[in-house]
Write a protein that binds this ligand. Structure first.
Ligand SMILES: [Zn+2]
Length: 131
């Protein structure tokens, strides 16, 4: 049984794209929306300042295990998103999902099936890394 919310989203995207169904337009809009996601994150640092990027070279012990890496590696982010930046980033990610669903529609792919396939892949990788 397919996930209804995911399928409904994909169907709604399909209805919205009746006039703009060109693969060329969808591919370029997908790329543009990805850039807008990145830009909204950067602006939370450079325009708003609710987050900072604090990065430096990490020296990892040679005998570090997979578990150690999780604690030794960091996001290089400091601070928390303010409500305004959170809203902007969520909108941009939503727009990106819209074009991802549109691409799936044009290629007759099911977004939910892709989520499931990717999730299974991640679970396999996690099991491999934990053994
Ligand atoms: Zn902010």
């Amino acid at each position: 049984m397919k996930d209804l919310l995911c399928d409904q989203f994909q169907n709604t995207v399909s209805e919205m794209l009746l006039c703009h169904r060109s693969i060329l337009e969808i591919l370029s809009k997908m790329q543009e929306s990805g850039v807008r996601v990145q830009r909204s994150v950067v602006q939370s640092v450079t325009s708003c300042g609710c987050q900072k990027i604090v990065a430096n070279k990490k020296t990892l012990p040679e005998d570090a295990s997979f578990f150690d890496l999780k604690t030794l590696m960091d996001s290089h982010l400091s601070g928390n998103l303010c409500p305004s930046c959170r809203e902007t980033i969520e909108c941009e990610i939503g727009r990106s999902l819209f074009y991802m669903a549109a691409l799936c529609n044009l290629l007759d792919l099911n977004l939910y099936d892709i989520f499931i396939k990717e999730h299974k892949q991640l679970e396999l990788l996690r099991e491999y890394n934990l053994t």
